[in-house]
Design a protein around this ligand. Sequence first.
Ligand code: DC
Length: 219
Amino acid sequence: MIITIDGPAASGKGTLASALSKLYKYAYFDTGMIYRAVGLKAVLEGIDLTDEPKVLEIAKAMTFEKMMALSSHPDFRSDIGGQSASKVSAITSVRAALLKMQQDFALSPVFADGTKAEGVIYDGRDTGTVVCPQADIKLFMVASPEVRAMRRFKEFQAKGIETTYEKVFEDMKARDKRDSERQTAPMKPAVDAIIIDTSDMDPKAEIDYVVSLIESKLK
Ligand code: DC
């Protein structure tokens, strides 16, 4: 079983993906992590994010192990990590270099401890359109920019990251624009994706709804 969950930042992809992976005991691949790892490594090395050959070199050398090591850096989940990921992910050659690593995961999905999983949940912006067009269930999560910015602002506050709602809102709009206007794999729902608007949805109702979709698919 392959489930893809696409959509913009703070649309609820991650929360839903991790709830489903626990419920069904499927492996979970947060594909944004590889773009964050490449972007952050470039920032830490002082590389200009528009310097394609240098960023591509980092992407080609990226592995799961390196990605996991970078994920504990304080800026991995901060706005620096998000913006740098968004910038490097707009480079076509970088996306191509990172595609196989994402696609291979579906061939033999494993949990973090290396044990085999019967299915996989992909979370990202192009997982239903490019990474796994063969997925059994494709979801595309949406929510208004205001709701998403408020969710992200609260997450930053909880982590002690200093920022303002206005800054988070502006950064989110810039990231949405870049992610949806880039030439390769722009953020858009797959033609066969189910669109779920989480703006006014309570997380439990959202999970119950998706579980009912999966159950009918499994029958
Ligand atoms: O989901 P996230 O916020 O961790 O993603 C960070 C950036 O990575 C996002 O702005 C765009 C890029 N990304 C992408 O282009 N394709 C994906 N499948 C996942 C993320």
